[in-house]
Design a protein around this ligand. Structure first.
Ligand code: SF4
Length: 712
């Protein structure tokens, strides 16, 4: 291998990079790739750290029933056993006795093949993926309001050409640092940045206006902003009439959200609510006396901070309402978008590993969609199962009387990333068969009956769809270690043993060609995209239908019409409900969770890379709270919720609200505490807000001294 251009294995920015070397793989800049212009964060620079790692799995592992220990076995023994037990369980309990759990980091080809394996080989409806816990609330809201969900309906670089950027619950300066250059360039152009977050993050440090609401109250803030916009006559009446429906109901509903009421609910001062609304309604580029100028271009971007709530979908709808009222969606360099998190969070939700979807972002309940996909697969549409359970509901059903008895997991470390994780571990233990395909012995793989070692990122090729809807190509750079197989080979091997009625290809480009056909005519149409076009054009934006002349792809959506059949965007009346669990006498503070710069998701990969600092979890808390507890920086504190307790060092910081503590979720612990309340539309769990009690860890108290409880 000389030099291969590819993309980072981690977040949805999918930064371009070059890989060189053979034995020791080196990462260098790919300056020409426009998304990151040669810039990477420390995770990207160190991404090759798992290449050649002693922690890589290179042989299938089978748990010995007598000893409970793993023993190394050959591939045939492992796959024969898995297929035999799947067959036996389905013969007794039916097709839905076997579940499949995927991940938002899988390539499009793997996500597609996982869906096909579940529906056409296993004929189970029980498939979902961890992307349900990432941006599903934004996906649900975008579909309802704009008619189609594509995280950013415009290229990321448009951020620097707007006038006012509003980031709701995004810490992109830490989660995707190369993207932060757009904020800097926007401000250099004279644009303004608003950051809304319970923590003063590195992103907030770049803001012209920082708004720090109580966790779980972003929706009420949006209602208050829209109230002020309506009251001040700042809405765009022409746009509302020509491009939207449903404004009247929303206008009436926000009448009850005057700024002082918003202040009481959100903790954001009424004056700041008005200041934010005034900024959004401002005018720019006035030509001189008598020329009021044009409406400022406003871009609202949400991320997990706004979305990972039991009210996440409604919160996103409330912010889309604001953008629509100002006439911004479908305007150049403006509108609404979601900053997707996982590497293939976008493509992973388009091609069939989601409980309710078929490839091309088609609905599994739509007869025409079922007929189309069944035609591509060569099966009877009637044989395709219906909609299955959402991710968390699927996990809760495992091992129950009418739930799955076996599960195959690809690309997900469930016992760290699921909410209420201790209960999830119990459900996994109740299975007759847990099979995990992974590159290392993750915490979930360690619980499995069978572990299948698979290839990682630089050892295989495949497409990803980044946060902009740009389909890009990860290219193989090195030979995989002896003994591992690709996920595609694993699925094909199992399909053959199960007597599958359909062929499962193992060549990723061949799978992509089939995916193109399956997506043709669907909302996420990839049929005009080829691997060669991706190489030639720095990626291709979907939708990109096939036709007699090459379609250019669609960098900017909604400029002419929205995705609903009538082409209009929809306002939705939404009400503030707050988190499912709010502080009370017993649990007097808010617990919120999130990410740190050096780690990615459950940390299964990044915690094993020596160049990345592995600090372990910590509890960020305000000096006032630390003083009341009698603790200081570095001392262990105990965080308890109704679901469990964890101990971690205190990190005292004025960046966080005094009524809130923050714990990153890259290490085991905090997701044993998080709440499993689900958003009714997206089925997103409430990772970002629950009620907690914080105390000095008992172990460090002198004997006879009782832990201090924080007063309500
Ligand atoms: Fe880029 Fe994200 Fe990788 Fe960092 S983790 S290099 S921001 S793709």
């Amino acid at each position: 291998m000389t030099s291969v251009t590819t993309h980072c294995p981690y977040c949805s920015l999918q930064c371009g990079m070059r890989l060189t070397g053979r034995r020791s793989l080196e990462v260098s800049a790919w300056e020409e790739f426009e998304v990151n212009e040669g810039k990477l964060c420390r995770k990207g620079w160190s991404a090759a750290g798992l290449h050649g790692s002693r922690e890589r799995l290179t042989t299938p592992l089978l748990r010995d029933r007598a000893t409970g220990e793993f023993r190394a076995v050959g591939w045939d023994e492992a796959l024969d056993l898995v297929a035999a037990r799947i067959g036996a369980l389905q013969a007794v309990h039916g097709s839905d006795a076997v579940a499949v759990f995927g991940g938002g980091g899988l390539t499009n080809e793997k996500a597609y093949q996982l869906g096909k394996f579940a529906r056409a080989v296993l004929r189970t409806s029980q498939i979902d993926y961890n992307g349900r816990w990432c941006m599903s609330s934004a996906a649900s809201a975008g579909t309802r309001a704009l008619g189609l969900d594509r995280g950013l309906p415009f290229p990321l670089a448009d951020v620097e050409r707007t006038d006012v950027l509003v980031l709701v619950g995004s810490n992109l300066a830490e989660t995707m640092p190369p993207a932060a250059r757009h904020l800097d360039r926007l401000r250099e152009r004279g644009g303004r940045v608003v950051v809304i977050d319970p923590r003063r993050t590195p992103t907030a440090e770049r803001a012209d206006l920082f708004v720090q609401p109580v966790p779980g109250t972003d929706l009420a803030l949006a209602l208050g902003v829209l109230h002020v916009l309506v009251a001040s006559g700042a809405v765009d009446a022409d746009y509302l009439a020509s491009r939207t429906t449903g404004f009247a109901g929303v206008r009436d509903s926000v009448a009850a959200w005057w700024p002082e009421r918003v202040e009481r609910v959100t903790g954001v001062g009424a004056d700041q609510v008005r200041e934010l609304a005034a900024l959004l309604a401002s005018r720019v580029r006035a030509g001189g006396p008598g020329d009021p100028g044009e409406r400022a271009r406003v871009m609202v971007l949400t991320a997990r901070g706004a979305e990972q709530h039991s009210t996440g979908s409604d919160t996103v709808l409330a912010w889309i309402n604001v953008a629509l009222a100002l006439g911004q969606c479908g305007r150049e360099y403006a509108g609404y978008g979601c900053l997707t998190g996982q590497g293939n969070g976008q493509g992973g939700r388009e091609h069939g590993q989601k409980a309710d979807q078929l490839p091309g972002y088609r609905s599994i309940t739509d007869p025409a969609a079922r007929a189309h996909v069944a035609g591509v697969w060569g099966v009877d549409p009637e044989s395709l199962p219906g909609k299955g359970r959402s991710a968390y509901e699927l996990l809760m059903a495992l091992g129950t009387e009418d739930g799955p008895k076996a599960m195959l997991v690809h690309g997900s470390n469930i016992v760290l990333s699921a909410p209420n994780a201790a209960v999830v571990a119990e459900r996994l233990a109740a299975l007759d068969l847990l099979v995990v395909a992974d590159i290392v012995l993750s915490e979930t793989a360690a619980l499995a009956d069978v572990v299948l070692p698979v290839t990682q990122w630089a050892e295989e090729s495949g497409t990803m769809t980044n946060l902009e809807g740009r389909v890009i190509l990860r290219q193989r750079a090195v030979t995989p270690p002896a003994g591992v197989r690709t996920d595609l080979e694993v699925l094909a091997g199992l399909a053959a043993r199960l007597g599958s009625p359909v062929e499962l290809a193992t060549d990723p480009e061949e799978v992509f060609t089939e995916l193109r056909a399956a997506s043709a005519g669907g909302p996420a149409d990839y049929s005009g995209i080829t691997w060669q076009r991706i190489r030639d054009e720095q990626g291709v934006f979907w939708p990109c239908p096939d036709g007699p002349t090459p379609h250019p792809g669609t960098p900017r959506m909604f400029l002419e019409r929205f995705g609903h059949p009538d082409g209009l965007a929809r306002f939705h009346v939404v009400e503030h409900r707050g988190p499912a669990e709010v502080p009370d006498e017993d649990y007097p503070v808010h617990l919120t969770t999130g990410r740190v710069l050096a780690q990615y998701q459950s940390g299964a990969q990044t915690r094993r890379i020596r160049d990345l600092p592995d600090t372990g979890p910590f509890v960020e808390l305000h000096p006032l709270l630390a003083m009341r507890l009698g603790t200081c920086d570095g001392e262990p504190v105990e965080v308890t919720t109704r679901r469990g307790t964890m101990v971690a060092p205190a990190r005292v910081s004025e960046a966080i609200r005094p009524d809130t503590v923050f714990v990153p979720f890259h290490w085991a612990g905090v997701n044993r505490l998080t709440n499993d309340a689900l958003d009714p539309a997206s089925r997103m769990p409430e990772f970002k807000a629950c009620a907690a009690r914080v105390a000095v860890a008992p172990a460090v108290l002198p004997s006879g001294v009782e832990p201090v409880e924080v007063p309500a």
